[in-house]
Design a protein around this ligand. Structure first.
Ligand SMILES: Cc1cc2nc3c(=O)[nH]c(=O)nc-3n(C[C@H](O)[C@H](O)[C@H](O)COP(=O)(O)OP(=O)(O)OC[C@H]3O[C@@H](n4cnc5c(N)ncnc54)[C@H](O)[C@@H]3O)c2cc1C
Length: 495
């Protein structure tokens, strides 16, 4: 018996009762076609058999986790890996969808510290042999005694947590410049959340566990490895989209949600911009993975002024991706180079061909620079060629040998790359979150919807969690969702 066979006249939740006649299937609109939206659309069809229309504003699926082609080479929106810590049920689904196309690859990156290149993720031998000895000594002495020297404070920030956990040498030479680059803010202006959720080695014991976990005997079979689809990271979302479509979900690309029409505490209709103009529909339930600020703006003046102000005050950090096509088979053996220093504006540079086993097309490769930026800043308005020239300068400034010619330069701009956990973010998010929670037929989740600096497997866990809250008779269990939300708070980002 399917869930629809058992469908009651009314679908209710603890806060509201949604009128649905026995003959009518409750309809879902899933907003956003990144991992969270696609995971939800797929599971809503396969586990719950609801009617689903997914509205994705872009012309391709995958959101920030998508892939696309440049001159025959598959590239991602910056370095993306599927981390082995992925929940086994999610991993099993991805393996089922991708089969042999899901590769297990060794991580092979390096980070520039004090003009030396160190393997990344950090390895004990490398740390002991490659860093200048006085610097390495200061690093470890400082980190070991940091807790003793930390000044007590009743107003902790990202800066105080990291100084207390890792000491000044490591903070000033690595974490603080990197954070200034990534978020465009001073460490003292950032919340403690960033330290706990973004820096998985935020104290010496945690860092040591990560580093020594690489030693033979201590490491698991996937330590130092990552999963990566042969067809680019976006193949995960493409496969989810295909599976959702085959299961009956209506996946709509180039469908930008522009307006939600409220009737009291319910969304009565949504309006999307398509290539043919505006189109309005009235789904019963709206599951949004859009940036929560976008959802609020779509409600216009129906959102209270306090909520609109919170949406204006909270910030997402943007990113420019610069893709340099070089006339050589391979630039280096490394998958990614990390640049914490402030003198080099890009935070990371990856070589997509090195992520999979792709060797084709021969005679060219792509380098992808991640350049954290905000609309309106010095880099945002530059042309592709100017950004390409700058990228070449930064590569040379890092001491890397760049003799290959540039065949072409391409760029992409992500307006919603990272949530900015400044010291006011929690209050602003809470105001928005409470208001959205009060909308009877709306759920917000995903990295953008919950303002969570999460990985793809976390976004999928949210989608699976949301569907698990729907019981067979169609009741959405808000109490269980609240528990899951607490669990999501414990997610720690993997690099
Ligand atoms: C540089 C970078 C590197 C990363 N590296 C990794 C990594 O190595 N491993 C990993 O697991 N994760 C990584 N991530 C994180 C990963 O990309 C995200 O966790 C994932 O994309 C979140 O999925 P989501 O569906 O919640 O959000 P998104 O991917 O942001 O999807 C939201 C979707 O909503 C759509 N949308 C927005 N507004 C509208 C609108 N008005 N109407 C319709 N649609 C709209 C967007 O187009 C988008 O498709 C990285 C992220 C970045 C920025």
């Amino acid at each position: 018996m399917t869930m629809l066979d058992q469908m009651p006249d009314k679908i209710s939740n603890p806060e509201t009762t949604l009128e649905v006649s026995a003959e009518t299937k409750p309809t879902f609109a899933v907003l956003g076609g990144g991992p969270a939206g696609l995971g939800a659309a797929w599971k809503l069809r396969t586990e719950a058999n609801f009617e689903v229309t997914l509205h994705e504003g872009a012309g391709l699926l995958g959101g920030n986790a998508a892939s696309f082609d440049i001159e025959g080479i598959r590239v991602d929106y910056g370095s993306h890996r599927l981390h082995p810590v992925t929940d086994p049920a999610i991993m099993q689904d991805i393996q089922g969808l991708l089969g042999d196309d899901l590769l297990l690859r060794p991580r092979h990156g390096r980070i520039r510290l004090k003009k030396s290149w160190i393997h990344f993720p950090l390895k004990p031998v490398d740390l002991a042999t490659r860093l200048p000895i006085p610097f390495a000594g200061a690093l470890f002495f400082d980190a070991a005694t940091a807790k003793l020297r930390a000044k007590p404070t009743d107003d902790p920030t990202f800066e105080t947590v990291l100084l207390g956990g890792l000491g000044r040498t490591m903070c000033e030479s690595f974490y603080f410049p990197y954070v200034r680059k990534l978020w465009g803010r001073e460490p003292k202006d950032l919340s403690t959340t960033l330290a706990y959720r973004r820096v998985s080695g935020s104290s010496l014991p945690k860092l040591m566990k990560k580093i020594f976990g690489q030693l033979p005997g201590l490491k698991s079979p996937t330590t130092g490895k990552f999963y990566y689809p042969r067809g680019g990271f976006g193949q995960i979302c493409e496969a989810l989209g295909d599976a959702a479509g085959k299961a009956g979900a209506d996946i709509q690309l180039n469908n930008r949600v522009e307006q939600i029409e409220l009737d009291g505490n319910r969304v009565k209709s949504i309006t999307v911009r398509t290539s043919e103009g505006l189109s309005t529909s009235s789904p019963d339930l709206i599951w949004s993975t859009l940036p929560i600020t976008t959802l609020i703006r779509a409600a216009g003046d129906k959102a209270p002024a306090e909520v609109q102000n919170a949406a204006k005050a909270i910030k997402y950090r943007g990113m420019i991706l610069v893709y340099l096509v070089l006339d050589t088979d391979q630039f280096s053996e490394y998958d990614a180079h990390y640049f914490p220093e402030s003198s080099i504006p890009m935070s990371r540079m990856s070589e997509p061909k090195n992520y999979s086993t792709a060797r084709e097309p021969s005679g060219k490769t792509v380098l992808c620079a991640e350049l954290p930026a905000d609309s309106g800043d010095e880099h945002w308005g530059l042309s592709d060629d100017d950004l390409g020239e700058k990228m070449r300068d930064w590569i040379k400034a890092a001491g890397l040998d760049l003799t290959a010619k540039t065949l072409s330069t391409h760029t992409r701009r992500l307006p919603f790359a990272y949530p900015v956990y400044d010291r006011d973010y929690a209050g602003n998010f809470e105001i928005m979150d409470k208001w959205v929670e009060g909308l009877e037929n709306v759920l917000t989740f995903g990295r953008q919807g919950l303002f969570a600096h999460d990985n793809t497997h976390h976004a999928l866990a949210m989608a699976y969690g949301a569907v698990s809250c729907l019981s067979e008779d169609g009741v959405f269990d808000r109490a269980h969702w609240a528990e899951l939300r607490e669990e999501f708070e414990t997610h720690v980002v993997e690099d």
